[in-house]
Design a protein around this ligand. Sequence first.
Ligand SMILES: *Cc1c(COP(=O)(O)O)cnc(C)c1O
Length: 397
Amino acid sequence: MTDFSASRARFDLPAGITYLDGNSLGPLPGAAVERARRTIADEWGPMLITGWNKAQWMDLPARLGDRIGRLIGAPAGSTVVGDTLSIKVYQAVASAVELRPGRKIVLSDSGNFPSDLYMADGLLKSLKQGHELKIVDPEAVADHINEDVAAVMLTQVDYRTGRLHDMKTITAKAHASGAMMIWDLAHTAGALPIDLTDCNADIAVGCTYKYLNGGPGAPGFIHVRPDLIDQVRPALSGWLGHEAPFSFDLDYRPGEGISRMRVGTPPVIQMAVLDAALDEFDGIAMEAIRARSIELCEQFIAEVESGCKDVELASPRDPHARGSQVSFRFREGYAAMQALIARGIIGDFRAPDIMRFGFCPLYNTPDEVSHAAAALCEIIATGEWDRPEFKTRKAVT
Ligand SMILES: *Cc1c(COP(=O)(O)O)cnc(C)c1O
């Protein structure tokens, strides 16, 4: 049995706060504080520029990539960390469409996160080759995969409802019609077991500040299947993806393997924090995290539905069709969420009416689930949400 009380104790959670938003920004792993301090005071300070060699800063993107690779079923040397997820999406789509000349459709779904859709659309417009981003309902993706599709680009879990795509089936369908398959694991890496090798995905991307707890602005990652990487021409041909960056050649030659998906100078301090955060996954099987996450989500749904009739479950009822979050619709969802936050229970809101709660077994407990469910039911039963201060929209919801 995994001892989740020990893992919880390693997070610096503020007293009196029930944190159910680790799907958006993971909390602070205590060891990250000392690790950031060491990187700044013991590396950057005394070593100055020699830190790139002495403290192996230059290896961080590949080393962290391999650590994440172990959590997503990717072989060593096939994942690299850097830039933001939106940038990694751009790289993924650019590589995929170039490998399928003649096909003009990039297929995605309306459950995808807007940034992925915006990045793909912006890229396709710049290409000026008649490509089109086609967005269909999540349930209809398989029906729209055909010989015009260059790439299927999906996020495994819908950020609003938590609906989970079947990666293996959709990937097989994409490959059967000759399309490339790109998976975004933003809402699943660190939340549930993923086996990129088994599902044979071509390219996968994701971010590290959600379930991987790498801190605000932590970099994204990209994986390319090893047998494919040598065919990929990096669209963002930055110097650190070059075969020999310190030759300072005037012509670009892609680096060996996944290193070609690097772009520019890595954010060393942020990567050191991420390195410390990934220690929290050492020795814990993703299957154990998934089993406990299902228990917490099931408990939350049962307690909210038995105590409150005015909300509607927006997430799939089948736990195996859901990620590690539960969403409820309520017509005044924004105000109700603000009332919860005022009580120290932090989830978030996604327009138009979705209250979203993320559950992370590394630090969330069954007691917190009960506390949050009871508070939500009370806020709705008493109309506590109906106050002007809960209705003013903040910039980040
Ligand atoms: C969180 C998230 C993003 C955010 O991208 P950034 O570039 O890191 O801001 C993009 N796509 C998906 C699917 C996400 O869940």
